[in-house]
Ligand binder design. Sequence first.
Ligand code: A3P
Length: 284
Amino acid sequence: DMYIHYHGMIVPKETHSSESLTFAQDFAFKDDDVVSATYPKSGTVWMQEILPLVLTGGDLTPIQTIPNWDRAPWLEEKRLALVVDQLTSPRPLVTHLPYHLMPQSFHNSKAKVIYVMRNPKDVMVSSYYFHQMAGFLEDPGTFDEFMDKFLEGRVLFGKWTDHMKSWRCSELGDRIMYITYEELVQDLPAALRRISDFLGRNLSEETIQKIAKHCSFNTMKANQMSNFSLVPKIYMDSDKSPFLRKGVAGDWKNHFTSEQLARFTSVIRKELKGESFSLPWSLD
Ligand code: A3P
């Protein structure tokens, strides 16, 4: 079995262990920590690249020598215990945990959260290819089979709708900022200004442009510290599908049949019925 079961969700054994999940629960959040929360395939690694750069005012020194996942480690993954002492405050972190599974110290702290969300249809497409290239994930089956798994939450970190509900109803007030993957795609400098304002960083236009250039799809795809080419092929095989695959909004249109679109939309609508938040994209 490739997965660990955690509060009704599955997480990969390759990257997670019961010790790492306990380590996350016992993690002592500091008030100036910043965590980016995402459902998988919503722009996690992109924010992993952005966050340390915004927090350091655009210091590009570590980006050629330290892998992206060590600059802003995953709260719940094995690697955190190994690198946590090397992080300097304000510490950038990422997580796929839903809000209600965040550690108690997080709730007691003033740590800020950037929740990145992406059109669920594109999330599913991205996830489908990721399952093909990642040796530590089950084969996705056909696209149609994978759609059922996705809609039923038999995928990493459970249902997309549950993750959204958890973080969108978080009651974190001004500790949380919501941003979409589509916003980052459409105007990265504008998104960076919004992020830097939220984090109380007063970045110059020159710094914003510098960070935007470094975090563009093509630069990240060419950088071995952010494109996962350092990971052995048995774990991630770029020949099957690169991690930085397309980097666009709306690729679902090349994959969904009209029947699949109707099925997908009706399930998501039903699951979000009665929720007080609205989605930033149209589902159709
Ligand atoms: P695609 O598979 O649609 O290309 P996550 O990091 O949450 O696993 O999400 C991965 C998705 O984010 C992939 O989407 C990947 O290409 C995209 N991504 C990562 N960095 C990006 C960037 N700089 N610009 C655009 N998309 C990016």
